[in-house]
Design a binder for this molecule. Sequence first.
Ligand code: GLU
Length: 315
Amino acid sequence: MTITLPSTDGALQSDPRSYVGRFAPSPSGQLHFGSLVTALASYLEARSKKGTWLVRMEDIDEPRCINGMDIAILNTLEAHGLTWDGEIIYQSQQHHRYQDSVDSLLTHNNAYYCQCTRKQINAMGGRYSGQCRDKKLTADGADKAIRLPLTGNTPSFNDGVLGIVPEGESLEDIVIKRRDGLYSYNIVVVLDDDYQGVNHIVRGADLLPVTATQIALYRSLGLSVPHYSHIPVASVAPGRKLSKQNHAKPLDNSHAIENLHRAMTFLSLSPHQCQEYQGVDDLLKHAVSLWNMKKVPKTPEIIVDAQESTYHSQR
Ligand code: GLU
């Protein structure tokens, strides 16, 4: 039996061999059909592996977050029977941890201050040349970004849905803390997943472009790299994922079974008719028994009709 103990501060102490997955929404809007697909896939994979499923609020980019959206998201997950394990961590409350990591990297010369402006980087052809690496700049004076040196090409990896994703272009030294003091998305995701013991990440293929950089970050920090599976995103047209901008309506919690039913179909599972389920728990139990990552369409996106996909959403 695997015992997973939530500690008081949200970090999980789990058997290193056990599966730990997560859903990491940004509270910048309510969940819509596309987010439900991602939540459901990561939930089903975790539950079918008898693993732990965490929820983390990615509110690091505070200006983009909307007050109360975290609660709305959690209510929607609960209404759809997607109950999580352990405590929810909020990135906005983790700054001390991020700063400790940044300080430690600076102390060990594994990160450096960079004073280059966007304009200067554009003049370098849009790719940062690494020119501040050996300048030994300090925090004094003008605001500076902090970068972590990365060498080589973006690594190849074996994705649970898409298979081998080949090596890409050469990596550039990555900003881990911006000039305005905000920690960058890539570093906090890596630090949080490591802190929470997440070893399997199931998320939308819209994040595929940042995965290789995150893997490079894990390696550079000496952390073990999780296994990744990128599921297709629901788009209204090629390259236009379902989002608030293209009128994706919030999920209507009073139609949870229909919403989950449609998400199962999207993931190539074959659910019974909606009326055959006693409730969301019954449906999810069936979904866990049907779940097979190998059946998920091996494509980064699936085009859905914006209206059709939100048919049961609030008007
Ligand atoms: N917070 C990200 C989003 O809502 C997801 C990040 C991740 O799954 O790694 O798109």
